[in-house]
Design a protein around this ligand. Structure first.
Ligand SMILES: [Mn+2]
Length: 322
């Protein structure tokens, strides 16, 4: 049995930002495509159904708190989110998982889905899933390079493998570093402890990764970080929710104090959009069951709104005023 690349979200009537639900990626016409990749590559059988699989639909379900209405004035972006333009934002649903299938089938579908989104000229915005799920996205960017990878995370995610799994949530940046089309890597918000041991910390430095601890962002400001990132690049942004402070995004598996504020991440996104070309973004590692007043899902949605609002105002899209 062969599965489609994506299927509608479980909450069929609720897409992200009230966008049209699209299932045929071959005839895609869009400027921005929102994609859910719920399933990562689990380290244990119990972790296959981790809580992160619920995050894409959790963010969609709270759309009415992320955006009251598309024609309302949005003070984060300085007007209606789409800037009164004929912007086509679509929701292409979730990449399905089949437990009986040969391992990795859903990653192959995820990569194929992102390739089709890029081929249609649209910007992929992905809701994870754990932090394994950007690996197929990074692969799908092979024709868009060189990519400057911007990771916002508490952890460097540089493990070669865990339990023999090489494409799980502890390895996405190590895998990215091995890809020819990935160039500079900036790891922002790093603090406390993750899966990295001294050997992973040294391997990241040996690659030339720019590890920017959260405290450096707090002390020196976001602009100093932006100034270190070369202008005119093709940027891809992967955001682990634990990169933000747990007071901002509490629903994560690995909360660590001292994280980035929403304001800092917003400034970073607006700065990157102006600096060059943001090719896409993902937000991963939200555990909705641990959320408080749905603020983690709302914050994820607001980050995406800021990306879209900034990108449309930077004339990323061929979308005429209406
Ligand atoms: Mn991570």
């Amino acid at each position: 049995m062969s599965l489609p690349l994506t299927v509608p979200p479980s909450t069929v009537d609720e897409s992200f930002l009230y966008a049209a639900l699209i299932s045929d990626l071959d005839s895609l016409e869009a400027h921005v495509a929102v994609l859910g990749i719920p399933y990562g590559s689990a380290y244990t059988s119990a972790a296959i159904a981790n809580d992160q699989i619920n995050a894409p639909d959790s963010v969609r379900r709270i759309t009415n708190r992320i955006c009251r209405a598309l024609n309302h004035y949005d003070y984060d972006v300085g007007g209606p989110i789409y800037d009164n333009r004929a912007l086509k934002v679509v929701d292409v649903g979730n990449v399905p998982y089949d437990i009986h299938e040969h391992r990795g089938g859903h990653y192959a579908r995820a990569e194929a889905a992102v390739r089709k989104i890029l081929a249609a000229g649209a910007m992929p915005v992905t809701l994870g899933g754990d932090h394994g799920i950007p690996i197929p996205i990074f692969r799908a960017l092979s024709d868009e390079g060189p990519i400057t990878l911007i990771q916002i995370d508490a952890h460097i995610d540089w493990r070669l493998e865990v339990n023999g799994v090489t494409d799980g949530l502890s390895s996405p940046i190590r895998r990215a570093a091995e890809m020819d089309h990935i160039g500079d890597i900036f790891q922002i918000g790093i603090r406390a402890q993750g899966s990295a041991r001294t050997e992973e910390a040294e391997a990241a430095l040996a690659y030339g990764s720019n590890i920017i601890p959260a405290f450096e962002v707090h002390d020196g400001g976001v602009q100093a970080v932006l100034d270190r990132i070369p202008d005119g690049g093709n940027y891809y942004i992967t955001i682990d929710a634990d990169g933000l402070d747990p007071s901002v995004m509490p629903a994560v598996e690995g909360p660590a104090p001292g994280g980035l504020t929403f304001h800092q991440v917003r400034t970073m996104i607006h700065g990157l959009v102006k600096k060059g070309r943001v090719k896409g973004l993902d937000i991963v590692e939200i555990t909705p069951a641990a959320d408080l007043n749905q603020i983690t899902s709302i914050t994820a949605g607001r980050i995406i709104v800021n990306l879209i609002g900034a990108a449309v105002r930077a004339d990323y899209f061929d979308a005429p005023h209406i």
